[in-house]
Design a binder for this molecule. Sequence first.
Ligand code: CDP
Ligand code: CDP
Length: 220
Amino acid sequence: ACIPWPIAIDGPAASGKSSLGMALARRFGYLFLDTGLMYRAVTLAALEAGVPPEDAAAGEFARSLDIRAEAGAETRIFVGGRDVTGRLREPEVEHHVSAYSALPSVRAAMVAAQRAIAAQGPSILAGRDIGTVVLPDAPVKLFLEASPEARAARRSRQAHEWGMAQEAAEARRDIEQRDRLDSSRAASPLRPAADAVVIDTTDLTLEEVIRFALELLGCD
Ligand code: CDP
Ligand code: CDP
Protein backbone atom coordinates (compact mmCIF):
# COMPACT_ATOMS: atom_id res chain seq x y z
CA ALA A 1 0.00 0.00 0.00
CA CYS A 2 1.12 3.55 -0.50
CA ILE A 3 0.31 4.78 2.97
CA PRO A 4 2.63 4.74 5.93
CA TRP A 5 1.43 3.42 9.27
CA PRO A 6 0.31 3.57 11.97
CA ILE A 7 -2.33 6.20 11.30
CA ALA A 8 -3.67 8.16 14.29
CA ILE A 9 -7.19 9.60 14.14
CA ASP A 10 -8.41 11.72 17.05
CA GLY A 11 -11.30 14.08 17.68
CA PRO A 12 -14.39 14.68 19.79
CA ALA A 13 -17.48 12.47 19.91
CA ALA A 14 -19.18 11.73 16.57
CA SER A 15 -16.65 13.70 14.55
CA GLY A 16 -16.38 10.72 12.18
CA LYS A 17 -13.21 9.01 13.45
CA SER A 18 -14.37 5.42 13.20
CA SER A 19 -16.19 5.89 9.89
CA LEU A 20 -13.02 7.30 8.33
CA GLY A 21 -10.79 4.75 10.06
CA MET A 22 -12.88 1.79 8.93
CA ALA A 23 -13.09 3.09 5.38
CA LEU A 24 -9.30 3.49 5.15
CA ALA A 25 -8.71 0.13 6.85
CA ARG A 26 -11.00 -1.63 4.37
CA ARG A 27 -9.40 0.07 1.43
CA PHE A 28 -5.83 -0.79 2.44
CA GLY A 29 -6.42 -4.02 4.35
CA TYR A 30 -5.14 -2.44 7.57
CA LEU A 31 -6.30 -3.24 11.11
CA PHE A 32 -8.71 -0.75 12.59
CA LEU A 33 -8.81 -0.25 16.36
CA ASP A 34 -11.50 1.98 17.86
CA THR A 35 -9.89 2.65 21.26
CA GLY A 36 -13.05 4.29 22.59
CA LEU A 37 -14.64 0.85 22.72
CA MET A 38 -11.94 -0.30 25.15
CA TYR A 39 -12.77 2.52 27.60
CA ARG A 40 -16.44 1.69 27.13
CA ALA A 41 -15.74 -1.96 27.97
CA VAL A 42 -13.96 -0.99 31.22
CA THR A 43 -16.96 1.18 32.07
CA LEU A 44 -19.48 -1.58 31.37
CA ALA A 45 -17.53 -4.08 33.48
CA ALA A 46 -17.05 -1.63 36.36
CA LEU A 47 -20.74 -0.68 36.38
CA GLU A 48 -21.71 -4.36 36.37
CA ALA A 49 -19.31 -5.06 39.24
CA GLY A 50 -20.50 -2.01 41.19
CA VAL A 51 -17.10 -0.30 41.22
CA PRO A 52 -17.61 3.49 40.94
CA PRO A 53 -14.88 5.66 39.36
CA GLU A 54 -14.31 7.39 42.73
CA ASP A 55 -13.36 4.04 44.27
CA ALA A 56 -9.64 3.96 45.02
CA ALA A 57 -9.61 0.41 43.65
CA ALA A 58 -11.14 1.35 40.26
CA GLY A 59 -7.75 1.39 38.54
CA GLU A 60 -6.80 -1.94 40.06
CA PHE A 61 -10.16 -3.34 38.94
CA ALA A 62 -9.56 -2.11 35.37
CA ARG A 63 -6.08 -3.65 35.33
CA SER A 64 -7.48 -6.97 36.50
CA LEU A 65 -9.93 -7.18 33.60
CA ASP A 66 -9.12 -9.45 30.71
CA ILE A 67 -10.02 -7.04 27.91
CA ARG A 68 -9.23 -8.20 24.41
CA ALA A 69 -9.70 -5.99 21.36
CA GLU A 70 -10.00 -7.70 18.02
CA ALA A 71 -8.93 -5.20 15.41
CA GLY A 72 -10.07 -5.95 11.88
CA ALA A 73 -12.20 -4.13 9.34
CA GLU A 74 -14.07 -3.16 12.50
CA THR A 75 -13.33 -3.56 16.20
CA ARG A 76 -14.84 -6.18 18.51
CA ILE A 77 -14.23 -6.19 22.26
CA PHE A 78 -14.16 -9.17 24.62
CA VAL A 79 -14.13 -8.99 28.41
CA GLY A 80 -13.18 -12.29 30.02
CA GLY A 81 -13.88 -13.99 26.70
CA ARG A 82 -17.40 -12.51 26.43
CA ASP A 83 -18.12 -10.39 23.33
CA VAL A 84 -19.56 -7.15 24.76
CA THR A 85 -19.35 -5.08 21.57
CA GLY A 86 -23.12 -4.84 21.19
CA ARG A 87 -23.55 -3.32 24.66
CA LEU A 88 -21.01 -0.52 24.51
CA ARG A 89 -23.40 2.17 23.23
CA GLU A 90 -25.89 1.72 26.06
CA PRO A 91 -26.83 4.98 27.85
CA GLU A 92 -25.34 3.83 31.17
CA VAL A 93 -21.97 3.35 29.50
CA GLU A 94 -22.31 6.59 27.53
CA HIS A 95 -22.97 8.58 30.71
CA HIS A 96 -20.09 7.20 32.76
CA VAL A 97 -17.29 6.43 30.32
CA SER A 98 -15.60 9.84 30.62
CA ALA A 99 -15.30 9.47 34.41
CA TYR A 100 -13.55 6.10 34.15
CA SER A 101 -11.33 7.15 31.28
CA ALA A 102 -10.06 10.13 33.27
CA LEU A 103 -8.30 7.72 35.68
CA PRO A 104 -4.55 7.51 34.94
CA SER A 105 -4.40 3.86 36.05
CA VAL A 106 -7.16 2.91 33.62
CA ARG A 107 -5.41 4.80 30.82
CA ALA A 108 -2.06 3.16 31.49
CA ALA A 109 -3.58 -0.30 31.07
CA MET A 110 -5.42 0.65 27.86
CA VAL A 111 -2.48 2.46 26.26
CA ALA A 112 -0.20 -0.57 26.74
CA ALA A 113 -2.78 -2.85 25.08
CA GLN A 114 -3.29 -0.37 22.24
CA ARG A 115 0.44 -0.09 21.49
CA ALA A 116 0.70 -3.88 21.40
CA ILE A 117 -2.06 -4.04 18.79
CA ALA A 118 -0.53 -1.21 16.73
CA ALA A 119 2.76 -3.12 16.69
CA GLN A 120 1.09 -6.15 15.08
CA GLY A 121 1.12 -4.64 11.61
CA PRO A 122 -0.32 -1.88 9.42
CA SER A 123 -2.93 -0.28 11.61
CA ILE A 124 -5.23 2.67 12.13
CA LEU A 125 -6.14 3.72 15.66
CA ALA A 126 -8.94 6.12 16.55
CA GLY A 127 -9.48 7.82 19.91
CA ARG A 128 -8.68 10.96 21.88
CA ASP A 129 -4.96 10.65 22.67
CA ILE A 130 -3.59 8.52 19.84
CA GLY A 131 -1.51 11.25 18.22
CA THR A 132 -0.44 12.83 21.52
CA VAL A 133 0.23 9.83 23.79
CA VAL A 134 -0.39 6.36 22.35
CA LEU A 135 1.50 6.78 19.06
CA PRO A 136 3.41 10.09 19.25
CA ASP A 137 5.67 8.99 16.39
CA ALA A 138 2.83 8.06 14.01
CA PRO A 139 3.73 9.36 10.53
CA VAL A 140 0.10 10.32 9.85
CA LYS A 141 -2.10 12.13 12.38
CA LEU A 142 -5.57 13.38 11.62
CA PHE A 143 -7.75 15.37 14.02
CA LEU A 144 -11.40 15.55 13.02
CA GLU A 145 -13.68 18.32 14.22
CA ALA A 146 -17.29 19.32 13.54
CA SER A 147 -19.80 21.65 15.16
CA PRO A 148 -21.76 20.29 18.14
CA GLU A 149 -24.95 20.59 16.05
CA ALA A 150 -23.58 18.49 13.22
CA ARG A 151 -22.18 15.88 15.59
CA ALA A 152 -25.42 15.63 17.57
CA ALA A 153 -27.40 15.15 14.35
CA ARG A 154 -25.00 12.39 13.25
CA ARG A 155 -25.12 10.61 16.60
CA SER A 156 -28.92 10.85 16.76
CA ARG A 157 -29.13 9.28 13.29
CA GLN A 158 -26.72 6.53 14.35
CA ALA A 159 -28.72 5.88 17.54
CA HIS A 160 -31.78 5.16 15.40
CA GLU A 161 -29.70 2.75 13.29
CA TRP A 162 -28.50 1.07 16.50
CA GLY A 163 -32.12 0.66 17.62
CA MET A 164 -31.92 3.21 20.44
CA ALA A 165 -34.01 6.25 19.58
CA GLN A 166 -32.31 9.43 20.75
CA GLU A 167 -33.30 12.97 19.80
CA ALA A 168 -30.58 15.33 18.56
CA ALA A 169 -31.04 17.58 21.63
CA GLU A 170 -30.36 14.70 23.99
CA ALA A 171 -27.45 13.44 21.89
CA ARG A 172 -26.02 16.94 22.01
CA ARG A 173 -26.19 17.07 25.82
CA ASP A 174 -24.40 13.73 26.10
CA ILE A 175 -21.75 14.68 23.58
CA GLU A 176 -21.06 18.10 25.09
CA GLN A 177 -20.73 16.65 28.57
CA ARG A 178 -18.21 14.05 27.39
CA ASP A 179 -16.29 16.62 25.33
CA ARG A 180 -16.05 18.87 28.39
CA LEU A 181 -14.75 16.08 30.63
CA ASP A 182 -12.43 14.62 27.97
CA SER A 183 -10.89 18.03 27.18
CA SER A 184 -10.43 19.20 30.78
CA ARG A 185 -9.01 16.09 32.44
CA ALA A 186 -5.39 16.12 33.61
CA ALA A 187 -4.46 12.75 32.09
CA SER A 188 -4.13 12.78 28.29
CA PRO A 189 -6.77 15.42 27.55
CA LEU A 190 -8.41 15.57 24.13
CA ARG A 191 -6.38 17.92 21.94
CA PRO A 192 -4.74 17.82 18.52
CA ALA A 193 -1.06 16.82 18.44
CA ALA A 194 1.20 19.65 17.27
CA ASP A 195 1.81 17.77 14.02
CA ALA A 196 -1.80 16.67 13.38
CA VAL A 197 -3.75 17.78 10.32
CA VAL A 198 -7.02 19.24 11.60
CA ILE A 199 -10.07 18.64 9.39
CA ASP A 200 -13.34 20.46 10.05
CA THR A 201 -15.96 18.04 8.73
CA THR A 202 -19.05 20.09 9.63
CA ASP A 203 -19.99 20.72 6.01
CA LEU A 204 -18.38 17.65 4.48
CA THR A 205 -19.94 14.29 3.70
CA LEU A 206 -18.14 11.18 4.84
CA GLU A 207 -17.16 10.54 1.20
CA GLU A 208 -15.58 14.00 1.03
CA VAL A 209 -13.62 13.40 4.23
CA ILE A 210 -12.35 10.07 2.88
CA ARG A 211 -11.33 11.70 -0.40
CA PHE A 212 -9.56 14.52 1.48
CA ALA A 213 -7.66 12.01 3.62
CA LEU A 214 -6.64 9.96 0.57
CA GLU A 215 -5.34 13.08 -1.17
CA LEU A 216 -3.44 14.06 1.94
CA LEU A 217 -1.92 10.59 2.08
CA GLY A 218 -1.07 10.82 -1.59
CA CYS A 219 -2.85 7.60 -2.42
CA ASP A 220 -5.93 8.05 -4.55
O1 CDP B 1 -17.71 7.23 19.45
P1 CDP B 1 -17.45 8.44 20.30
O2 CDP B 1 -16.50 9.37 19.64
O3 CDP B 1 -18.71 9.10 20.76
O4 CDP B 1 -16.77 7.94 21.65
P2 CDP B 1 -15.67 6.84 21.82
O5 CDP B 1 -14.57 7.04 20.84
O6 CDP B 1 -16.33 5.50 21.85
O7 CDP B 1 -15.06 7.16 23.25
C1 CDP B 1 -15.82 7.03 24.43
C2 CDP B 1 -15.09 7.72 25.55
O8 CDP B 1 -13.87 7.00 25.83
C3 CDP B 1 -14.63 9.14 25.29
O9 CDP B 1 -15.66 10.09 25.56
C4 CDP B 1 -13.44 9.28 26.23
O10 CDP B 1 -13.86 9.57 27.55
C5 CDP B 1 -12.85 7.88 26.23
N1 CDP B 1 -11.69 7.74 25.34
C6 CDP B 1 -10.46 8.15 25.80
O11 CDP B 1 -10.37 8.70 26.90
N2 CDP B 1 -9.34 7.95 25.05
C7 CDP B 1 -9.41 7.35 23.85
N3 CDP B 1 -8.29 7.14 23.17
C8 CDP B 1 -10.66 6.94 23.35
C9 CDP B 1 -11.80 7.16 24.11
O1 CDP C 1 -16.07 7.61 15.67
P1 CDP C 1 -16.78 8.91 15.88
O2 CDP C 1 -17.60 8.91 17.13
O3 CDP C 1 -15.88 10.11 15.78
O4 CDP C 1 -17.79 9.08 14.70
P2 CDP C 1 -18.52 7.94 13.82
O5 CDP C 1 -19.01 6.84 14.66
O6 CDP C 1 -17.65 7.63 12.68
O7 CDP C 1 -19.86 8.67 13.42
C1 CDP C 1 -19.99 9.55 12.48
C2 CDP C 1 -21.36 9.39 11.83
O8 CDP C 1 -21.52 10.56 11.08
C3 CDP C 1 -21.45 8.20 10.88
O9 CDP C 1 -22.78 7.75 10.79
C4 CDP C 1 -21.01 8.81 9.56
O10 CDP C 1 -21.60 8.21 8.44
C5 CDP C 1 -21.51 10.26 9.70
N1 CDP C 1 -20.68 11.29 9.04
C6 CDP C 1 -19.31 11.28 9.13
O11 CDP C 1 -18.72 10.41 9.76
N2 CDP C 1 -18.55 12.26 8.54
C7 CDP C 1 -19.14 13.23 7.88
N3 CDP C 1 -18.40 14.17 7.32
C8 CDP C 1 -20.52 13.25 7.80
C9 CDP C 1 -21.28 12.27 8.40
